[in-house]
Design a protein around this ligand. Structure first.
Ligand code: ASP
Ligand code: MG
Length: 403
């Protein structure tokens, strides 16, 4: 007998038929003698629908009430799934965040789970009951309902797995697992059988959206093995675990891309100590995350250009802050939002020389200009023109032998 947390995402519980199908997956686990805790998302699209309702009242809808509103999506699926299991004559019960309770800290709409009471749940599990827990929510120490950030059901599942000391945590979704690149755009993409937490984190931070990255981070911290798999097929998914256990035959594990960056260049800034700090300090104070920075070498030792990338949604705010900044002198500010970030990720990169130049050479063969570069031990990202994204991804996927 093992104790399993099974998490079902929005598309997996998107219709009544699908909820009934999920009940059958649980039935199978349950009848093979496993203890099952199911963590569910809201039906696909529901959370957005609820947010839109609130916007009809105000763009600045009260955050406490927004949490009360948003948390209902998961409440609905929890009850429906418990009902579907009863129909299969399986003992099952849903437990809302305040009934357990799941305690959170932090502000409304962005809280994080700090603890939960496992007594009632554990007893119910030993009595062969299936426990159903709504993802994405908890209560604060004042007993207000909180939510833990969009996509937060993953984080609930991992937190529940950790606190209940589950043997595994399976993330059921609408794809077969984690892919070497986006299978919808690049048909030769391959499912990855196993991947380390580090690689998974890098992949999700640069655009692969299978799992919420903060949830992967928690799993890594507490060494909780994860498996991402499809609700709709019986295929094996992707196992995510400690990297010591993975044998790397390839240096690159995956190629990811995102189109949510923008690049800003400040030309003709003074080339002297303190200038960069003066540029970036106010951005940081406004919670704008700067990703890559490039400073050109100045030819006359007097003036230089500084480029950096930020999230596209922060562009207007960034330009505004720069223009109001009295502490910097410059000639011009140029921006480009038609850029994309393409990244190769792989724990095997550490031990393989030449990855960097092979990536650059491959892009140049496709006549793709690199606008900015950043690296970490197991990741190499470049900023390029958005129009070249798919070309670049395809080429890199091929040359690093992932096709
Ligand atoms: N329903 C929530 C959302 O859409 C949480 C989740 O699905 O993970 O963000
Ligand atoms: Mg999700």
């Amino acid at each position: 007998m093992v104790k399993k947390v099974l998490k079902f995402g929005g598309t997996s519980v998107g219709t009544i038929e699908r909820i009934q199908h999920v009940a059958k997956i649980i039935q199978k686990e349950h009848s093979s003698g496993n203890q099952v805790i199911a963590v569910v998302s809201a039906m696909a699209g529901k959370t957005n629908e609820l947010i839109n309702l609130s916007k009809n009242i105000s763009d600045n809808f009260n955050k406490r009430e927004l949490d009360v509103l948003m948390s209902t999506g998961e409440q609905v699926t929890s009850a429906l799934l418990a009902g579907a299991l009863s129909e299969l004559e399986i003992k099952a019960k849903s437990w809302l965040n305040w009934q357990i309770p799941i305690l959170t800290e932090g502000e409304h709409t962005n809280a994080r789970i700090v603890n939960m009471n496992i007594k009632k749940i554990d007893t119910y599990l030993t009595e062969k009951g299936v426990v159903i827990i709504p993802g994405f929510q908890g209560i604060s120490k004042n007993a207000d309902i909180t939510t833990i950030g969009r996509g937060g059901s993953d984080a609930t599942a991992v937190a529940v797995a950790k606190i209940l000391k589950a043997d595994s945590c399976e993330i059921y979704t609408d794809v077969d697992g984690v892919f070497s690149t986006d299978p919808n755009k690049i048909p030769v993409a391959k499912k990855i059988d196993q991947i380390s937490y580090d690689e998974m984190l890098e992949l999700s931070s640069v655009g692969a959206k299978v799992m919420q990255s903060s949830a992967v981070q928690t799993a890594m911290l507490y060494n909780i093995p994860l498996e991402v798999k499809s609700t709709f097929t019986n295929r094996n998914g992707t196992r995510i675990f400690d990297e010591d256990n993975i044998d790397y035959s390839k240096s690159v594990t995956g190629v990811a891309y995102s189109k949510d960056d923008a690049k800003v260049t400040i030309t003709g800034v003074e080339d002297k100590p303190g200038v960069a700090a003066n540029i970036f300090e106010p951005l940081n104070k406004s919670q704008i995350n700067v990703d890559m920075v490039i400073q050109n070498i100045s030819s006359d030792q007097k003036k230089t250009d500084i480029s950096f990338t930020i999230k596209r949604e922060d562009l207007l705010k960034t330009l505004d802050i720069l223009k109001k900044n009295k502490n910097i002198k410059y000639e011009n500010i140029i921006h480009n939002e038609k850029v994309a970030k393409v990244s190769i990720v792989g724990a095997g990169m550490v031990s393989t020389p030449g990855i960097t130049y092979r990536m650059f050479r491959a892009l140049s063969e496709e006549k793709i200009n690199i606008l900015a570069i950043s690296t970490s031990e197991i990741k190499l990202s470049v900023i390029i023109d958005e129009d070249n994204t798919l070309n670049a991804v395809k080429k890199l996927h091929t040359i690093f032998e992932l096709d």
